[in-house]
Design a protein. Structure first.
Length: 166
């Protein structure tokens, strides 16, 4: 009878180890799967964020180029008549660029606008915060707002001048 109890005890311990191995194996597989899922989720979020930033930067450059194009077509007609500190939205309509004071989305995701500011110069003709008003120079700030989870804004600033005296 002693041998019989020993065999039963050994058989019971062996079966218990099988269940423990299955539980540990399942836990390892589950943790590994969750880690891979989390990694790929983060990779997709970063990819989306990078795409939004790249498109925002391209829209910024395009915005500056549109303002320069308007300047080239006629400073007096297109730039000098615009109010300072007013946001203007850029619209591509019928093969030509136009500006509006009404917000217009770009690709339903982005909102792009520019603001003109007056420029002042000192006695050395350097741009300063105060001094003599320069009617032939404007500071341009283009901003792109991404209507996404982050809602980030990208901004670029430059100066334009009436180089063609038009």
């Amino acid at each position: 009878m002693l041998i019989n109890q020993s065999i039963m005890k050994h058989s019971f311990l062996k079966n218990g180890f099988g269940i423990i191995e299955v539980v540990i194996g399942t836990a390892i597989i589950t943790v590994t799967f969750l880690a891979f899922t989390s990694f790929y989720r983060q990779a997709l979020l970063m990819s989306e964020k990078t795409t939004v930033m790249a498109q925002s930067n391209m829209l910024l450059v395009e915005g500056i180029e549109v303002v320069k194009l308007m300047r080239d077509k006629g400073w007096d007609a297109n730039i000098a008549t615009l109010a300072t500190s007013t946001p203007y939205y850029i619209i591509f309509n019928g093969g030509d660029w136009q500006i509006s004071t009404v917000s217009t989305p770009v690709d339903t995701i982005y909102t792009r606008w520019f603001v003109l500011e007056d420029v002042f110069r000192d006695a050395n003709d350097d741009i300063k915060a105060t001094g003599t008003y320069s009617s032939s120079t404007k500071k341009v700030t283009v901003t792109v707002h991404a209507n996404t989870r982050d809602g980030s804004d990208e901004t670029v600033q430059t100066y334009i001048t009436n180089i063609f005296n038009n």
